[in-house]
Design a protein around this ligand. Structure first.
Ligand code: DLL
Length: 434
């Protein structure tokens, strides 16, 4: 179902003229109210008045995560604190978190976009939405919660963790929609099996999964294990939280980014140049309706491409291809660029291994080493040594064929790799920092 028929199906020229008008207003506002933007525009020799077309956006400087850190905690807010009704923060791997603030209208807009996203995923009033995204500073829990209420569905505010209870509630309350990270959905499936519950027989029909990279192969695995349609949802706290973009259930191919609120660009991460439509690069997003903390040309570090072709669902908002990883997740191993998702897609195509793995990178005698630790299933685990050796050799060869690097493969016991309730930690880089 299309939640907002008028806005989700606007003709391209109307979307673009709306974007330009909203962009110009946002630029005037941040220039007048946020010293950081005034300074960065002046340094780049630009003024809001110079932006006369959407193409002029590329003349503006980028905003980086570091800029948020440098202005910690409230320096990028465009309204006084009295107008901020909610604060979220995302913890980075190092240092202080990045802090974002929402006005009452921002919260309204977010709920609206999440309701749109739920509807695009096939959820509606009457659904029981089991929300296992974490509630707290993380945007996942409350973002999905407000959207589910706006949709008119019955939302169960589970948050993450307490996995056995999650299974009981899902079973007893008749949950029809599951929202959590893709890795947690597999953990739920595994935990259900241990409890003697056949998760495939529950009422779940759709899962709305995001907050971490996942692959097509992982989608197939989740759909098979949980017997539901798995939908990819994208978002980041700096821009909004969940609900920046989502796949529609009709196509399950690419994520519609809500272009009446965001302007996406794809750039070459090295040169910063805007790439032509369809080319892969780093996603840059400008918010054009947010009040609390508008973002101008925010470098997300997420790698994707725009799909300009129209979608069968009738929505006219452009699609983003499934994220293939983050440019700062990219591992350089002996000079070769490797995305964890590439290794994931090799592993998930091999029978006998489970969708739980970890990549350990180290350095021995000045040479980078990569060890792929992957769980095998119970049956394979009890197979003869020869079969396990063959499996190891096959994984090593497929990774070598795909990436051109030799790695060590270690098959580990079922359930020995730590499960996560939120974003999975799949990479352990033990190399000394330069
Ligand atoms: O993860 C917001 C969110 C919550 C999205 C629930 C979807 C569902 P942050 O914690 O700020 O916000 O992390 C944002 O997570 O820049 C991506 O690198 C990654 N990410 C989010 N969604 C996806 C996805 C939330 N569908 C960062 N595919 C982003 C791949 C994703 N990566």
């Amino acid at each position: 179902m299309i939640w907002n028929d008028e806005f989700e199906t606007l003709p391209r020229e109307v979307i673009e003229s709306l974007q330009l008008k909203r962009l110009q207003r946002t630029l005037e506002r941040v220039h007048a109210t946020v010293p950081f933007y005034r300074r960065s525009f002046t340094e780049a020799g630009v003024t809001p008045g110079m932006v006369k077309s959407l193409d002029d956006l590329r003349r503006l400087p980028f905003t980086l995560k570091q800029d948020m850190r440098d202005n910690y905690p409230y320096g990028l807010f465009a309204v006084p604190l009295e107008q901020i009704v909610r604060i979220h923060a995302s913890s980075g791997t190092t240092g202080k978190p990045t802090v974002v603030g929402y006005t009452r209208r921002d919260i309204e807009m977010w709920a609206e976009l999440m309701a749109r996203s739920f509807a695009a995923a096939g959820a509606h009033r009457g659904d029981v939405i089991h929300n296992a995204y974490g509630y707290g500073l993380f945007t996942g829990g409350l973002g999905a919660h407000y959207g589910a209420e706006r949709l008119g569905a019955s939302v169960i505010p589970m948050s993450g963790g307490n996995t056995r209870k999650q299974i009981m509630i899902m079973q007893d309350f008749g949950s029809t929609v599951l929202t959590c990270t893709p890795s947690y959905s597999l953990f739920l499936a595994e935990a259900a099996a241990e409890e003697g519950v056949d998760i495939r027989q529950l009422k779940l029909k759709v899962g709305i999964f995001g907050a971490e990279p996942w692959s097509e192969q992982m989608r197939a695995e989740i759909e098979e294990k949980l017997n539901l349609k798995a939908i990819d949802i994208y978002g980041l706290s700096e821009i909004l939280g969940p609900g920046v973009g989502i796949e529609c259930i009709e196509a399950q191919k690419g994520l519609h980014i809500w272009e009446d609120h965001f302007i996406p660009e794809i750039i070459d991460p090295d040169s910063g140049e805007v790439l032509p439509p369809g080319e892969q690069g780093e996603l840059v997003i400008t918010t054009i309706t947010k009040e609390g903390i508008p973002m101008i040309r925010y470098r997300t570090r997420d790698i994707t491409r725009l799909i300009p072709e129209p979608c069968i669902c009738g929505r006219t908002h452009m699609r983003l291809e499934r994220m293939s990883g983050r440019s700062d997740d990219m591992l350089i191993i002996r000079g070769v660029n490797v995305f964890p998702s590439q290794i994931e897609s090799v592993l998930f195509n091999i029978d006998g291994v489970e969708p739980h793995y970890q990549l350990v990178i180290d350095r021995e005698e000045n040479l980078d080493t990569l060890e792929v630790q992957v769980e095998v299933n119970e049956q394979t685990f009890s197979d003869e040594v020869k079969i396990l050796q063959d499996l190891t050799g096959r994984i090593r060869k497929e990774i070598k064929d795909l990436l051109g690097i030799t790695c060590k493969v270690r098959l580990v016991e079922p359930k020995s790799i730590a499960r996560s309730e939120g974003k999975a930690q799949r990479v352990l880089d033990r190399r000394p920092q330069k």
